[in-house]
Design a protein around this ligand. Structure first.
Ligand code: SF4
Length: 103
């Protein structure tokens, strides 16, 4: 199946929107982009890691799903049987509180 340039553009816009919705949307600039939307676009364009949000790096896992990328769950899988309690998209603060440490 081949996509037209317009179809590719629409797919990219959908991915950017979905990734943007995963982010804190605080536009803090800590990732190097002044706006979360710019960060989301850079992720879709492959110019920055999906885990690059400094306020919510865990959103990277969901962002990888949006991008169709397989990413193993590093580190926390062996000691986080409580993670399902947090839902699909835990915040940094929720993880820190649950684990009792800075992840
Ligand atoms: S670090 Fe996260 S919250 Fe801050 S601007 Fe970048 S994407 Fe947005």
């Amino acid at each position: 199946m081949q996509y037209s340039p317009e179809e590719i553009n629409n797919i990219d816009k959908q991915k950017i929107r979905k990734i943007y919705e995963l982010l804190p949307q605080s536009n803090c600039g800590l990732c190097g982009f002044l706006l979360c939307s710019k960060f989301a676009r850079a992720v879709v364009e492959g110019n920055i890691s999906p885990f690059g949000c400094r306020l919510k790096p865990w959103a990277g896992y969901k962002a990888c799903e949006v991008m169709g990328l397989d990413v193993p769950l590093f580190g926390y899988t062996s000691r986080t049987s409580l993670l399902p309690m947090l839902g699909d998209n835990p915040t940094f603060e929720e993880l820190r509180d649950l684990l009792g440490e800075d992840p």
